[in-house]
Design a protein around this ligand. Structure first.
Ligand SMILES: NC(=O)C1=CN([C@@H]2O[C@H](COP(=O)(O)OP(=O)(O)OC[C@H]3O[C@@H](n4cnc5c(N)ncnc54)[C@H](OP(=O)(O)O)[C@@H]3O)[C@@H](O)[C@H]2O)C=CC1
Ligand SMILES: CC(C)(CO)C(=O)C(=O)O
Length: 336
């Protein structure tokens, strides 16, 4: 029998992963907003990646639901809403989900699996992480603009998931220490607010030293807190996590040579936080920079640059959005 997978939060990641899993033989149901249901019903679902993957699912083969109560029973439910929506979707899933269903969070931030576990105490909840970027291109098209793997807590239930993803060439890793994976990813996600406030695609932004210096500063604060908390880090990029601030501060001509794999990004790709600001939605800044502040506080440290950047993002959410140059951001977040 095909693996039954429910995607809760059919946006950029949900539609991409759901389509990849359906391509791999899984029976996928999507749960999302009426506007996405309409788009996919009119255009079908199309995924592509940097390496030349192109796969389409006809509209009549996309099982899309807009009501939780309509979602059929699943073997695995993958949560792909933004972090601020996790608690509310968990509450809606709680009366519907069977104890045999495995729930996987494929979200950024470090707290989502814990929130899900609290709301769904009789389900098996697994932390997961998705390392690559997905951009919504409209008309049912979702493009993976960077390389990277899907990582999920190593338990027997995820073996079939990995096999289904392999068909689309999506790398999958079962990981023993997801806390370490999530903090290592969070370190990279500290670029999300910088990217969102730059107004530039990721590649153009990361090609400028002034923005990279800002990221390095945020990461130094995070690394101090992570070290104090004794959280081991994983190497998710070509460069070890502890070296990132140093490499990011290199002049452009050296960075583009030495850190070439870090710039292997589709020229159109943007961070998920940019998409949030663009759509006038609340961002995940509390779940990223906010987590750095909490971890630092818990260990008697401070993270002033993360606090200032968080405040800038909140001001952008509240109507004060504009594009900042790297030099402007540096002045604003590094001031004594
Ligand atoms: N995009 C990317 O490249 C990457 C994203 N991530 C992470 O993956 C997670 C998902 O991100 P992303 O796919 O970009 O997010 P999206 O906003 O594109 O997708 C989430 C979707 O879920 C919908 N949704 C929220 N609540 C409900 C609900 N109660 N019922 C039905 N639908 C709902 C949202 O609608 P609405 O907007 O109307 O609320 C939205 O369409 C985040 O944690 C993100 O940080 C990780 C790696 C890369
Ligand atoms: C892939 C990455 C790191 C950058 O786009 C991301 O996680 C996001 O956009 O949220």
């Amino acid at each position: 029998m095909a693996l039954r997978i429910g995607i809760v939060g059919a946006g950029s990641i949900g539609c991409y992963i759901g389509a990849a899993l359906q391509m791999g033989g899984a029976e996928v149901c999507f749960l999302g907003r009426p506007r996405m249901a309409k788009e996919l019903a009119e255009c079908g679902l199309h995924i592509s990646d940097l390496r030349g993957l192109k796969h389409s699912i006809d509209a009549q083969h996309v099982r899309f639901y807009t009501e939780f109560s309509a979602l059929p029973e699943q073997d695995i439910v993958i949560i792909t809403v933004k972090s601020g929506d996790t608690a509310s979707v968990a509450e809606q899933l709680a009366p519907l989900i069977s104890t045999n269903t495995t729930v996987i969070s494929l979200q950024n931030g470090v707290a989502n699996a814990t929130i899900l576990r609290q709301a769904l105490p009789s389900s098996k909840v697994l932390a997961g992480m998705i390392a690559f970027n997905v951009l919504q291109m409209g008309e049912g098209r979702f493009h993976a603009g960077t390389d990277g793997a899907v990582m999920v807590e190593a338990v027997a239930e995820v073996t079939e998931l990995g096999a289904a993803l392999a068909v689309s060439g999506t790398p999958f890793e079962a990981q023993a220490d997801m806390r370490s994976v999530l903090w290592s990813k969070l370190l990279l996600n500290l670029n999300n607010p910088i990217n969102a406030l730059s107004g530039l695609p990721l590649k153009a932004e990361l090609s400028q030293r002034a923005y990279r210096r800002c990221l390095g500063l945020l990461q130094r604060e995070a690394l101090a807190a992570i070290t104090a908390a004794e959280i081991p880090l994983q190497r998710l990029t070509a460069v070890p996590a502890s070296m990132l601030p140093f490499i990011l501060a290199l002049p452009d001509f050296l960075f583009t040579r030495l850190a070439q794999p870090m710039l292997a990004i589709d020229p159109m790709a943007r961070s998920s936080m940019w998409e949030d600001l663009e759509r006038g939605r609340k961002t995940e800044v509390e779940w990223l920079n906010g987590e750095v502040l909490s971890l630092a506080f818990d260990h008697g440290l401070t993270a002033p640059a993360n606090a200032r950047l968080k405040a800038l993002v909140h001001s952008a959410e509240e109507g004060g959005r504009r594009d900042y140059s790297g030099a402007e951001l540096w002045t604003l977040i590094s001031k004594a």
